[in-house]
Ligand binder design. Structure first.
Ligand code: AMP
Length: 436
């Protein structure tokens, strides 16, 4: 490469990778509020936070999510570590929670173990509104080796109750809950065969994707958004009508439990999940303002996953909320963040007065006020202009007279009212005028 070419390359503006974005203020204030709501609501339901690694052995995901699923076969960011172990950026976190449950012998803790997490996930999907390659999830899992079918149904319903509380407290309106049971090892394979046979009969009327899925994964045909397939799908056999007695008992009980809690839902026989480990109860929550990517939460039961990962027989139920989409929906509803306003802009004049400005700024910050102290000296007019632009409520003027007398001039920017106050009264005055 010539020197010129390498220079040109050095200057090339580097952009964030496709499908990956920066989340900037003031939007970050909304993210913090949503995450804080999750911390608070989940704690009231007895969940504790777990912080998980961002990358894991690839095999963890292959074994749990399923090697044949889109997420694992096409969408993972995987690389060989130096010792040649294949590592992947996590595409979801349930597998990691189960790994941690086994690794830390959590079966010895009082059951159930209730954990939640939040953080980035990575999937190499086609980016569009509400679909990113680095996206964020807030999720929770309940793991237990005790309890019967009835208990399971109650746990499922309580987890869903917690979710509805979360969405309500987060201010999300117009959400809808969809429920299904996708059976278990006993009844699902039989249903899949039934579905495959029904699909084979109408094969000619299906699009190429669905035709292929008749062989690979007939359940996914139910997921199809293709207009021409909708009428056909409506007539296909439905899993809820082919559940084994245990699955039927649990599904019936979950619905009873939801009704008892006053939670409305719609049954959706087309709700199948893209990950292999789900069984029985599955659900999805949608929100308005998101276009085609309108699912803000997916979840379900995954008894047996811990065993699959080498642990003891364990039942599990959990969900993952797509935080990016929750934020988009809140923005669509104009539930915009209220960022903390600036209380005081310190307009100091004269180099020798800077130490006094530093001292008073620290004092005000200690009192909990948000203070902007410009590092360089400025003309009075310019300082006031900036204070205004930043939305400060007060300008504190510190010049020779103020430092000499110990009386500071404070100007309320809303109406221009001006006062001279000593340090102690100043703190009290500014605190009294604080926004609620
Ligand atoms: P899943 O882990 O596939 O069950 O997804 C759970 C939730 O995560 C979905 O309902 C979405 O809200 C969110 N989600 C999944 N994939 C993405 C993505 N690529 N970008 C943004 N959100 C996503």
């Amino acid at each position: 490469m010539s020197e010129g070419a390498s220079k040109a390359q050095e200057k090339r503006k580097i952009q964030a990778i496709k499908g990956v974005r920066d989340i900037l203020p003031p939007e970050t204030a909304l993210w913090n509020r949503v995450e804080q709501t999750a911390h608070e609501v989940f704690a009231t339901y007895g969940f504790s936070e777990i912080r998980l690694p961002i990358f894991e052995e690839t095999e963890l995901f292959a074994r749990s999510i399923g090697a044949e699923t889109d997420v694992v076969s096409k969408e993972m960011y995987s690389f060989d570590d130096r010792d040649e172990t294949s590592i992947s950026l996590r595409p979801e976190a349930t597998a990691s929670v189960c790994r941690a449950y086994i690794q830390h012998n959590m079966q010895q803790l009082p059951q159930p173990v209730k954990l939640y997490y939040m953080g980035p996930m990575f999937r190499r999907e086609r980016p569009q509104k509400g679909r990113y390659r680095q996206f964020y999830q807030i999720g929770a899992e309940v793991l237990s080796h005790t309890g019967d079918l009835k208990d399971d149904a109650r746990v499922d319903a309580e987890v869903i109750e917690m979710l509805t509380t979360f969405f309500e407290k987060a201010g999300l309106e117009g959400t809808a809950l969809y429920l299904n049971s996708i059976g278990c090892k006993e009844c699902r394979p039989k249903y899949v065969e039934l579905l495959r046979a029904a699909l084979t009969k109408v094969k000619d009327k299906l699009g190429p994707d669905s035709q292929r899925r008749i062989e690979t994964n007939p359940l996914r045909v139910l997921d199809s958004k293709l207009e021409s397939e909708q009428a056909i799908i409506e007539k296909l056999p439905r899993i809820a009508e082919h559940l084994c007695p245990d699955c039927l008992e649990e599904y019936t009980e979950v619905k009873k439990q939801l009704a008892m809690r006053g939670i409305s839902y719609a049954q959706n026989f087309r709700l199948v999940r893209g990950l292999d480990y789900y069984m029985r109860t599955t659900f999805e929550i949608t929100a308005p303002g998101l276009g085609s990517q309108n699912a803000v939460c997916g979840g379900g039961r995954y008894d047996g996953l811990v065993e699959l990962l080498g642990g003891p027989p364990t039942k599990g139920i959990g969900f993952a909320i797509g935080t990016d989409r929750v934020i988009l929906s809140l923005q669509d509803m104009r539930k915009l963040p209220v960022e903390r306003a600036l209380d005081v802009y310190v307009a100091w004049m004269g180099e020798k007065n800077y130490p006094a400005a530093v001292k008073i700024a620290r004092r005000l910050r200690e009192a909990g006020l948000a203070v902007e102290l410009p590092p360089g000296e400025m003309k009075f007019g310019k300082a006031l202009g900036l204070a205004d632009k930043l939305g400060a409520r007060y300008a504190l003027i510190i010049g020779d007279d103020e430092v000499a007398s110990g009386q500071f001039t404070v100007k309320r920017l809303e109406d221009g009212e001006q006062k001279k106050l000593g340090e102690r009264e100043l703190v009290a005055y500014l605190k009294a005028g604080e926004a609620p």
